[in-house]
Design a binder for this molecule. Structure first.
Ligand code: ADP
Length: 877
């Protein structure tokens, strides 16, 4: 599991293999051959053992697991050899510096020039450029960076260095690391930090040269270039010996790093069809870029690419060395950021306090860009009392007002503040809207002029000058952040007289937008001819367009909600606003219906289940932005399922708020499956309003701690429908078990508790046992991969000894020995309900097994007991 704390090494080598299994699996990947050799030399492994481990059908992590299973069956000495091997490997350290390279003198000069340019470009954040100056050092806050779900064996949050490190490598042949995350999750800032640390000599010193690229800026390069020209013209020009320096780069690819920020913003979608191998051959920039990423050009040069996840297709995935997800700030990250932003601790404390009282807003602050806005607008936030922001639209309206306030001569803006600034809103809105429709994020003077953007509009601070490493271009502008461009685009759709009737329906069908020829859509009707020509030249646009349209649509929903309608008085006729609001409601309802229609009829005897399709969560979020329970109610009145599956849907606290807002109106109870998301404690709290409608809640692998469980159970005990919970792979410790104990005592209809792969010890098991003693309903109890040991097993056994409800018990991998097994044998003897007992991967010896077998003689209910891979290997069925 990712983000889980490492346990300390302890016990015999065999036990260590067991307790440290996940981290050993990750350490062994890539060096299985060496480990096998060590075991062959020490006489523990035969060549047949080696062949069995090396079976090519297995992935490296499967091989590592197989390997560990074999080692355990060989006993303590073999385990010791493996641990020694791993230790030696760790001590021998990284390989990057192994060759001694003597770079030419000119290269050092070039490196100096490059690093001072990189440093100058990265020491300030663009969002702090306009009204407040703050260095990256002063505000940088570690985001939550995690490896992709495929690398489940790698532990702990990743640091900047880990991005290029070996952890989580899935394909050793590939050079490209992808960092993906939503808009505003901090991808550009992370790269900026990486660049700055390198330029300062504080990190990534294995790389002599780092070349940073912005895909957004590469869009404006219309010439064909060679790799050499791309590097030198777009990043840093060598004053002398260009050829020698480039040759050095070619000869030492492992000393070079390229970064490409915002691959999703490139006008062309990634493709590996057009192959290019020669670094001196010229080609359009996107072709160069795609060949660099896939390694046909500059093989061996490490590349880090950032993108929104939706824009990464299977073709690109195949060329990835590894993938990491940036999930925004953790709760402590929010705290840290706010304290850094406000040097005055009293202000920081007030902002944090106000976030604690508005958990929906706290949820939004997990997104760094929203955390920045909230911190920036602290005066507005602290002044708004009860009406503090609930939705993303509220937050962006707050920054809109904040920037206008900043430029205003009055001390506070009056109620007509929007009307007073309407011209600016419409000018910037048109620029934003046309940009979104054509994937254009950098604007020339001419673009500004076409949309009527004046000097005064620019001074408001929403636009900033676009940075360019090569500085060959004339003045160019971009919005402070792409989400702000989407917001202005939304304002334009709501307020403009120029958009036609089909704009809103098309906005809510972004897929259709992409498939259709953009020139014939509503958007192009208002596009100036330059855009249209560009679009014709460039052909089909990328997936990011859909994403930006979705964000825009979310804002349009929020802006047209009843609660904001007073803002538009005097800005747009109320009949128009009403009509547009109705259009949005219709689109949302139609969108939902489409999803419901796709639900397959259940096979007889099975539950009717809906697996969320792409776009479902987005629609839910749009409904939430409207803040009208009538719409949520209406949408849910047509959803009839028993099980709602939203696994791997990137559900964070913000999505939880929206989900609970909408799902609370479901007519019948459902099983809500949210496994493998980033719900966290704040998300759990957000889900509480819909708990009454959940009969089962699946929250496997969601970074939930004891605090989240405290809140969840406090609510859960009051919910009649609530009967099952699965929390495999979270961050739970003994502290959560008192709450489960309370749940068990209170709810005599609770059926299933699954707490596998957490950090529960004997103490926790004893607490659980306290609850179990008084419970007569629990059927399933899963504690796989905890550490309850003999004492914990004994406590559970004594509580469950004569259970008439328990059907299934798993204590796999819990360090249970024979004493525990003998105690558990009493359940087998006495329980009239138990059917399956799982005791795999413990340390039960012959004595324990004999106790179990004896007990079985007295029992007719138990169908299977599993105890393979104990110190001695047995199975009994
Ligand atoms: P993305 O590239 O994912 O869209 P950005 O990196 O542009 O997101 O982040 C948007 C804004 O959020 C930044 O300009 C900054 O104000 C804030 N931000 C993002 N990440 C961090 C961070 N790690 N520390 C401090 N502020 C951050």
């Amino acid at each position: 599991m990712i983000g889980r704390k490492k346990k300390k090494y302890q016990g015999t080598s065999t036990q260590i293999l067991l307790t440290q299994r996940p981290s050993l699996v990750s350490q062994l990947q890539g060096c299985i051959d060496g480990a096998l050799k060590a075991l062959v030399i020490s006489g523990h492994f035969s060549s047949a053992d080696c062949d069995d481990v090396r079976l090519p059908i297995h992935t490296p992590s499967q091989q590592a697991r197989r390997f560990l299973d074999h080692v355990r069956s060989k006993g303590e000495l073999a385990a010791k050899v493996v641990l020694q091997f791993i230790q030696q490997k760790q001590e021998s350290g990284s390989q990057l510096n192994e060759d001694t390279v003597t770079p030419p003198k000119e290269l050092f000069k070039y490196q100096k020039k490059l690093s001072s340019s990189v440093s100058a470009q990265s020491c300030f954040l663009s969002t702090y450029g306009g009204t407040s100056h703050m260095s990256l050092d002063d505000i940088y806050t570690e985001g939550q960076l995690e490896l992709s779900h495929e690398c489940v064996d790698v532990h702990g949050p990743l640091g900047v260095e880990d991005i290029v490190g070996t952890a989580g490598t899935m394909n050793k042949e590939a050079d490209t690391v992808l960092v993906s995350g939503d808009a505003g999750s901090g991808k550009s800032t992370l790269l900026q930090r990486l660049h700055l640390l390198w330029a300062r000599g504080a990190a990534l010193q294995d790389f002599l040269l780092i070349f940073p690229f912005s895909c957004r800026r590469l869009n404006s390069e219309h010439r064909e270039l060679s790799v050499q020209e791309l590097l030198f013209q777009h990043c840093c020009w060598p004053d002398r010996e260009q050829e020698e320096i480039f040759q050095f780069i070619l000869d030492h690819p492992h000393l070079i790093l390229f970064t490409f920020d915002g691959l999703d913003e490139l006008k062309q979608s990634f493709s590996d069809e057009h192959r290019l191998c020669c670094p001196t051959q010229r080609a359009p920039v996107h072709i160069l870029l795609f060949n660099l990423i896939q390694g046909s050009l500059m093989k061996g040069v490490r590349k880090v690419v950032t993108s929104r996840p939706e824009a990464v297709g299977p073709v690109l995935k195949k060329h990835l060395r590894k993938e990491a997800f940036l999930k925004g700030f953790s709760p402590s990250g929010i705290d840290y950021f706010v304290r850094k932003h406000h040097r005055d601790p009293t202000v920081a404390a007030k902002v944090l306090e106000s976030l604690q009282t508005n958990t929906a807003l706290l949820g939004l602050c997990h997104s760094p860009v929203l955390c920045w806005i909230v911190s920036q607008c602290y005066k507005e936030l602290l002044g708004c009392g009860e009406g503090s922001p609930q939705t993303i639209t509220d937050v962006y309206l707050m920054i809109l007002q904040h920037f206008f306030q900043h430029q205003s001569s009055q001390s506070t803006l009056g109620i007509g503040w929007l009307q007073e600034n309407l011209e600016t809103v419409l000018h910037l809105g048109q620029l934003a809207f046309e940009g979104i429709a054509t994937s254009c994020y950098i604007f020339t003077d001419r673009d500004l002029e076409t949309c009527g953007v004046t000097e005064k509009d620019i001074c408001m601070g929403f636009l900033i000058q676009s940075k360019d490493m090569s500085s060959t271009h004339s003045q160019r502008y971009e919005f402070l952040h792409v989400t702000l461009q989407c917001f202005f685009s939304g304002l334009y759709i709501v307020l403009s007289n120029d958009t036609d009737r089909s704009t809103i329906p098309k906005l809510f069908e972004p897929k259709g937008m992409r498939e259709a020829d953009l020139r014939s859509t509503c958007f192009s009707a208002c596009l100036p001819s330059t855009y249209q020509q560009e679009q014709v030249l460039e052909g089909e646009s990328t997936a990011v367009e859909t994403l930006n349209l979705q964000i825009t649509a979310t804002f349009v929903s929020g802006l047209l909600s009843q609660r904001h309608q007073s803002l538009w008085i005097h800005c747009c006729p109320s009949a128009v606003i009403e009509k547009r609001a109705k259009q949005v409601v219709r689109c949302l309802s139609k969108g939902m219906q489409k999803h419901f229609k796709s639900i397959p009829q259940p096979v007889e005897g099975e539950k009717k289940s809906m697996h969320a399709m792409p776009g479902f969560v987005w629609l839910i979020k749009c409904i939430y932005e409207m803040q009208e329970s009538r719409i949520a109610k209406d949408a849910m009145s047509k959803l009839e399922v028993d099980h709602l599956k939203l696994t791997y849907c990137k559900i964070g606290p913000v999505e939880c708020t929206a989900l609970a807002y909408v799902l609370q109106h479901l007519k019948n109870p459902v099983g809500l499956q949210l496994d493998n998301n980033s719900v966290g404690d704040v998300g759990v709290e957000q889900l509480l309003p819909c708990m009454h409608i959940c009969n089962s809640l699946y929250l496997r692998n969601n970074n939930i701690t004891d605090e989240g469980i405290r809140k969840l159970i406090a609510k859960g005990v009051q919910c009649d429908n609530f009967q099952k919970i699965a929390l495999f792979n979270n961050q739970l410790t003994d502290a959560c078990t008192q709450h489960f104990s309370h749940l068990l005592k209170t709810k005599q209809d609770f059926l299933s508790i699954r707490l596998g792969n957490n950090n529960i010890t004997a103490e926790g098991a004893k607490q659980l046992a306290e609850g179990l003693k008084f419970n007569h309903s629990l059927q399933f109890l899963g504690l796989w991969g905890n550490e309850i040991g003999d004492a914990g097993a004994e406590a559970l056994a004594s509580a469950l000894e004569s259970s008439k409800s328990l059907v299934w018990l798993s204590l796999v991998g819990n360090g249970v020995g024979s004493a525990g097994a003998c105690a558990l044998a009493n359940i087998i003897k006495n329980s009239t309900s138990l059917e399956e007992l799982w005791l795999t991967e413990n340390c039960i010896t012959r004595t324990g097994v004999e106790c179990l077998i004896q007990a079985l003689k007295h029992n007719t209910h138990v169908k299977s007991i599993w105890y393979v891979m104990n110190t001695e290997t047995y199975t009994h069925k």
